[in-house]
Design a protein around this ligand. Sequence first.
Ligand code: SF4
Length: 76
Amino acid sequence: MSAPLESRVDRTRCVGTGACAATAPADLTLGPDGRAELLAPTPVHLGQLTDAAELCPVEAITIHRTDTGEQVVPAW
Ligand code: SF4
């Protein structure tokens, strides 16, 4: 996975479980409204962010190629 990547969180889907912030604390935190917020526009710890994206119960976290916009995580 060598293409530049972009992290995204769909805050309209987030239900505020906090699982992602616990799994990927370098990339995600919970905002004042209790929903997930990105700490950086690109993955800081790709492995942890991938785990968080796959664990999110509402699939609010995705990672995309910046050149094509293709979603690469979750891969299903
Ligand atoms: S795991 Fe998903 S639903 Fe839970 S806080 Fe993170 S983005 Fe929101």
